[in-house]
Design a protein around this ligand. Structure first.
Ligand code: EPU
Length: 409
């Protein structure tokens, strides 16, 4: 594949940022919003909670003049990311009721650390009838340790930061998630009048304020979407320029791609990725930021399946994020799972087959493998991919891929 692709706004930044608009009755304007089904969902949740939501192209205007403290059970349960409305509801109304998000195919996905954070701010938290209830007379700033068994928690950090923004006094989150999406949220909260320092480091300090006001914000580009197209360039022996991508958010992925035989050039606001001779196997371990992102693990596995030699891919964030392995095998890939690791014996010629998408990033991996395979691959259940990739078929076609969206009969 050859050409240029413009990177959209980051899904995992825009979801908590949209939730943060609940913290103020004043209007907020969010720009560079990707057109994704997860974003539409979040818009529906905000509307259900009482906010006015207006979408104009890639701009969303939200005004949450009066809101209620309880989310619709099924709406919240449909998307795990919606748990991040809980912090803003608790911060502004001092009460929040949302359905307990279940596990999902990538792993158990508990919210114990979110709830621990709310409790440390003085909230009473109970679980009843499938709902989590949190309430407090006053939220009081506190020292909160958010480290868990797999490192910190991205949405947990977002949730606690949003509730603490309207607490009394100072809160210090230790072992905070350092992901760029957390920094983007902190920047938006500060634009709303919050007093947050240290976002992007493991220690975030939040000095509570009485109220927040409306603000405008442009969402950061999606580093995982960019990583996916970068990996697709290497997989198809192509050259792709990623317009608007932030190389400073992508060090781990670009470093591994370089080791695997890609050449990376940065110029102005773009990154160009091209294959540089033969592919080489690399070992990967997913880690919290700035380590290799779990959200690019499946795509990298597709690349390693095409690469002659053995590579070991170890998943340290979500225990069962290997659903793509059996589907890649349908295309002819030779991959064995050994505990948290996948051993990829790469270099087999892949050939097209009908495959089933199990989650968002697994679908992206199947698309990459399908593009590099001989023959035609049918990826079913593409609604998974529309959760997190804006217009993926259009963008890939523009790069020369032969891909079409087929409506199921
Ligand atoms: N964890 C706990 N307790 C908690 C919360 C998390 O033990 O209370 C554990 C999880 O089980 C996991 C680890 O901590 O082992 C990290 O989970 P984290 O909370 O950071 O994940 P998240 O915030 O729910 C976000 C992204 C995911 C991304 C992860 C990790 C959003 C909407 N989702 O989830 O994105 O994989 O961070 O970077 O921001 C995706 O985009 O495909 C996706 C799944």
């Amino acid at each position: 594949m050859h050409g240029e692709v413009t990177i959209s706004g980051a899904k995992n930044a825009v979801l908590p940022i949209l939730a943060a608009t609940l913290l103020t009755p004043e209007p907020c304007v969010i720009r560079r919003v990707p057109n994704l089904s997860d974003v539409k969902f979040m818009g529906q949740i905000l509307t259900w909670l009482g906010a006015q939501v207006r979408v104009e192209g890639d701009t969303i205007r939200v005004q949450a003049r009066k809101i209620k403290g309880a989310g619709d059970y099924d709406l919240i349960r449909r998307m795990r990311g919606s748990i991040c409305v809980m912090g803003p509801l608790l911060g502004r109304l001092k009460k929040a009721t949302v359905s307990l998000p279940g596990g999902c195919v990538i792993g158990a996905r508990p919210i114990n650390l979110h709830l621990k954070g709310f409790r440390e701010l003085g909230a009473r938290v109970t679980i009843e009838g499938g709902y989590v209830h949190a309430s407090a007379k006053r939220l009081i700033g506190s020292a909160i340790f958010l480290g868990g068994r797999a490192g910190s928690t991205v949405l947990g950090t977002a949730n606690v930061m949003m509730a603490a923004a309207l607490a009394e006094g100072m809160s210090v989150i230790e072992s905070a998630a350092c992901e760029p999406e957390v920094v983007d949220l902190a920047n938006f909260l500060n634009a709303m009048g919050a007093k947050i320092t240290g976002a992007g480091s493991p220690t975030i300090t939040i000095t509570g304020v009485k109220e927040l006001h409306g603000a405008e914000h442009e969402v950061i580009p999606d580093r995982i979407e960019a990583a996916t197209y970068a990996i697709a360039a290497a997989a198809t022996n192509g050259e792709i320029t990623l317009r608007g991508a932030r190389a400073d958010h992508m060090h781990a992925v670009l470093d591994k791609l370089t080791d695997s035989g890609a050449r990376i050039e940065r110029s102005g606001g773009a990154i160009t990725v091209r294959r540089n001779g033969r592919l080489k196997p690399v070992d990967i371990t997913t880690l919290p930021y700035a380590g290799f992102p779990t959200d690019a693990q499946a795509q990298m596995m597709a690349l390693m399946a095409l690469t002659p030699g053995i590579s070991i891919i170890t998943e340290r964030i979500f225990e069962s994020r290997f659903m793509h392995v059996s589907e890649l095998a349908r295309l002819g890939a030779d991959i064995e799972i050994e505990g948290p690791s996948a051993i990829v014996k790469g270099g087999k010629q892949l050939s097209g087959a009908p495959v089933m998408a199990s989650d968002l990033r697994a679908s992206a991996a199947l698309v990459i493998a399908g593009l590099a395979a001989r023959g035609t691959t049918h990826v079913n259940r593409v609604y998974h991919i529309d959760r997190g990739y804006e217009n993926i078929d259009g963008k890939l076609r523009q790069l020369g891929a032969r891909i079409e969206r087929v409506e199921e009969a």
